[in-house]
Ligand binder design. Structure first.
Ligand SMILES: Nc1[nH]c(=O)nc2c1ncn2[C@H]1C[C@H](O)[C@@H](COP(=O)(O)OP(=O)(O)OP(=O)(O)O)O1
Length: 159
């Protein structure tokens, strides 16, 4: 395979008891899907800082106590020359009230009501691990944005 351009991105799990905060992506990559909050790690930022910044920008919430890494995911797309390396974090705490941004419309979901059919297809594989407090590493190879051609996923103790 030709060398892929790697892009480093974040996702952040905001969990409050038995509910999670998801955002409806109004524009950009993954438009029309419900997803966790996150985006590109900018030059000079740590991934942790980027995750906290994106939560604030996209959901209006302030992360309290920092974030802990819970996942490491790689996404590739058939025929595309880039690889998305997504570090998944969990916020240790947060304050504020979710507010709609230009990019995302936040909404709390009970865990049993998470709308997997309106999300990235990989989410139903790794969300259950994340939601029970596990850590994971995975690779998903897509055809377009809706079909997973192959994947690997393992639970890990640490990164
Ligand atoms: N297969 C997948 N499953 C998933 O749950 N999240 C994914 C995903 N592939 C990408 N993402 C996330 C990672 C990141 O948080 C987000 C895409 O990043 P961005 O929001 O920065 O993209 P945009 O193209 O909207 O960027 P900007 O226009 O610069 O804001 O989508």
């Amino acid at each position: 395979m030709a060398n892929l351009t790697r892009k480093l991105l974040t996702l952040a799990l905001i969990k409050d008891g038995q509910r999670v905060l998801l955002g409806y992506k109004k524009r950009g990559f993954g438009e029309g899907k419900w997803n966790m909050f996150g985006g590109k790690v900018e030059k000079g930022e740590t991934p942790e800082y980027a995750a906290i910044r994106e939560v604030k920008e996209e959901s209006g919430l302030e992360v309290i106590g920092g974030v802990e890494q819970i996942g490491d995911l790689e996404f590739t797309f058939d025929g595309e020359d880039f690889l998305m390396h997504v570090l998944v974090f969990q916020a240790r705490g947060f304050s504020g009230t979710p507010a709609e941004s230009e990019e995302m419309r936040p909404q709390w979901y009970q865990i049993e009501d998470i709308p997997y059919s309106k999300m990235w297809k990989d989410d139903e594989f790794w969300y259950p691990i994340a939601l029970r407090g596990g850590k994971f590493k995975g690779k998903f190879h897509f055809q377009g944005h809706e079909v997973i051609l192959n994947h690997t996923l393992e639970e890990v103790e640490h990164f």
